[in-house]
Design a protein around this ligand. Structure first.
Ligand SMILES: Cc1cc2nc3c(=O)[nH]c(=O)nc-3n(C[C@H](O)[C@H](O)[C@H](O)COP(=O)(O)OP(=O)(O)OC[C@H]3O[C@@H](n4cnc5c(N)ncnc54)[C@H](O)[C@@H]3O)c2cc1C
Length: 594
């Protein structure tokens, strides 16, 4: 059942009761981000998501994008919705005020991203990509390029893309073949084919600004010879306005499983005029800045789809009547009870609920630390926050999108056969979610990033940024009988995580393949412990407040926390066993035995 109401109450709980959202305006640069401002902004984002883009989610899926005479068109209603999006100032939300942005913190921006993705993930792709491109230019481009491109990207007049992938070059970007030949005027002529380019072409904006990875003729081989270029669809005249067409065209759009209203383009660059962004051969630096932020945003896509699927499933489960409750008839006035009385339906709903709310809390914590890493007055605190964000980014991307796929599948299952039928809207969430596990670096690659780069980095200091707060929390609360049912399972799973981390660190030094073989299991173990930590803290707050709360909000939190601890967290025991079993059984079979 397609239904969506932005979970504002839960978002406020996370921002202001669990975290320090009401103090974010104490950070230099975020002075305006007071609760008085953020709350109405969140309400407005909710209205936009519920009333403008949610109604065109299914029609967008049915109609898809089209390529006509070399130009891509988006489905009916997208242009108008995008116009409203820009008029509402949403494109400027988290951008630098020096270029027309509102300069709002990431912690609030992530919540807005979640709403957009719940309501219409395809629509959210367009501003999402633009924001990533903005971020790279903002961090790495010269002032001249920034002045030229950023104001119109910030106000949404122009959109952005990231052009990395080529037919033979996906995960391994060192294989990139696109060429950038220097011209006499200091620009570059960019030639090559990029595939799978989201928002590569469309009819929402006046210009499309591509950020393209390419190599100059004498660049070193591999990843060290890759540079980043900005290549507009339309060249700019001396006043920075759109002029003649540049040598870049969309030659095809992909027909795909989901996110059908987001254009996925094959882009041909044929001597297109571009400019270097950042230093020569340091293109990956610029791309990584964009990708890290984008990875957190993809995590929000997974979370957004968990939420909307959960809401659809709950509505249906209350409405649909089949069979009778095993504990006695619940609705004697009806010919059967609502399916929400059945334990197996409850299993699905509670799983979706516990993952969604736990992930929202963890994602918000990471976003808040992101704000500290960029804006805290104390350099040491900034560095610590950055270490935390570095460590947790692959977990957010991978865990949330895996949970997104699991939850959207459960959501479909709750509707039985009706879930499989397009009309219900539930199968679209499954299809839309599937790509989130693949792009922005597959989830397998996120796991390798976690164990191979983020964990060993700085002699394990990143890891301590997560371990220390958990350890401190456990020490402070271990003896509290009121919290025992939450703290003890957290403690047990945390010990498993510590032991698994030690095992991977030891093995990783001498046998990297062994460590790589258990990376995905380790990332999930890490993620489940992180959610358990959030559930402990949420339960603690809710236990204190539930007696005075007639709405039932806090009581429901405590019950959901209990479910998470007893029914979902025990998976850490299996994951621990598979991690300790190592990787030899994966590699034993000879290639020709497959
Ligand atoms: C709808 C859609 C939108 C996209 N949008 C964009 C975009 O806007 N811009 C852009 O540049 N790209 C985009 N992509 C491309 C996307 O990022 C890539 O598909 C993805 O990074 C994986 O690359 P690949 O498809 O070439 O798979 P491959 O790299 O060939 O990987 C195939 C499999 O092998 C695994 N694998 C590969 N290397 C390793 C390794 N070293 N260790 C372990 N496992 C490995 C992968 O995890 C995967 O399971 C998009 C793709 C799609 C489908």
């Amino acid at each position: 059942m397609a239904t969506y109401k932005a979970p504002i109450r839960d978002m406020q709980f996370v921002l202001y009761e669990l975290l320090n959202g009401d103090k974010i305006n104490e950070l230099p640069g975020f002075e305006e981000a007071t609760r008085d401002l953020i709350d109405p902004v969140m309400e407005a984002a909710a209205t936009f998501s519920e009333e403008v883009i949610f109604p065109i989610n299914r029609s967008g899926d049915e109609e898809g994008c089209k390529l006509v005479n070399g130009e891509v068109t988006t489905p009916k209603g997208f242009k108008e919705a995008y116009k409203q999006f820009c008029e509402g100032g949403w494109s400027t939300f988290a951008c630098d005020p020096n270029y027309g942005g509102m300069g709002m913190p990431k912690s609030a921006h992530s919540m807005v991203e979640e709403m957009l993705c719940s309501a219409n993930i395809s629509f959210g792709m367009y501003p999402g990509l633009s924001f990533g491109a903005y971020h790279s230019l903002h961090n790495f481009a010269s002032d001249t390029l920034k002045d030229l491109y950023l104001p119109k990207m910030v106000d949404g007049t122009w959109s952005g893309t990231m052009c990395l992938t080529e037919p033979h070059c996906g995960t391994d970007l060192g294989l990139c073949r696109t060429k950038a030949v220097p011209a006499e005027d200091g620009s570059y002529a960019v030639s090559g084919t990029k595939i799978f380019i989201s928002a590569g072409d469309h009819d929402l904006t006046e210009n499309v600004i591509h950020l393209v990875l390419a190599r100059t003729p004498d660049a070193p081989a591999g990843i060290k010879g890759i540079s980043l270029f900005v290549v507009p669809k339309f060249n700019l005249d001396d006043n920075g306005n759109v002029a003649d067409r540049n040598g870049v065209v969309c030659s095809a759009i992909e027909h795909k499983m989901g996110i059908k209203a987001s254009s996925t383009c094959v882009m041909n660059f044929d001597g297109a005029k571009g400019h270097l962004v950042g230093d020569l051969n340091k293109g990956m630096q610029g791309m990584f800045a964009m990708m890290n932020r984008a990875r957190l945003a993809v995590g929000m896509q997974g979370l957004g789809l968990c939420e909307v699927s959960y809401q659809g499933a709950v509505e249906y489960a209350k409405d649909r009547i089949q069979g009778r409750s095993l504990s006695g008839v619940k609705h004697p006035d009806k010919s059967a009870d609502s399916i929400i009385v059945h334990p197996d339906v409850r299993r699905m709903l509670m799983t979706m609920r516990a993952y969604t709310q736990g992930a929202r809390a963890f994602g918000a914590w990471v976003s808040e630390e992101y704000d500290y890493s960029s804006n805290h007055a104390d350099a040491k605190r900034r560095a610590e926050a950055d270490e935390f964000v570095q460590l947790t980014t692959p977990v957010v991307k991978s865990l949330f999108t895996d949970l997104g796929f699991e939850c959207t599948n459960l959501g479909m299952q709750v509707l039985g056969g009706h879930g499989f039928i397009r009309e219900s809207g539930m199968e679209q969430y499954v299809r839309d979610c599937r790509i989130t596990q693949i792009y922005e670096g597959t989830n397998g690659i996120q796991a390798l990033d976690l164990i191979g780069r983020k964990m060993p980095d700085k002699a394990g200091r990143n890891l301590r940024r997560f371990f220390h707060p958990v350890q401190e929390y456990l020490e402070a609360n271990m003896a509290n009988p009121a919290l025992a049912e939450f703290v003890q399972p957290l403690s047990k799973s945390f010990i498993r995580l510590q032991q698994a981390s030690g095992q991977i660190a030891t093995v990783g030094m001498s046998k990297p393949e062994e460590a790589a073989a258990v990376a995905s299991d380790y990332l999930k173990l890490f993620g489940l412990v992180a959610l358990a930590f959030m559930w402990c803290r949420m339960a603690e707050i809710a236990l204190e407040k539930q007696a005075d709360d007639s709405s039932g909000f806090y009581a429901a939190k405590v019950k959901t926390a209990r479910f998470y601890m007893q029914k979902l967290l025990p998976q850490t025991s299996t994951l621990f066993a598979t991690i300790m079993a190592g990787g030899s059984t994966l590699m034993d079979l000879d290639e020709d035995q497959f």
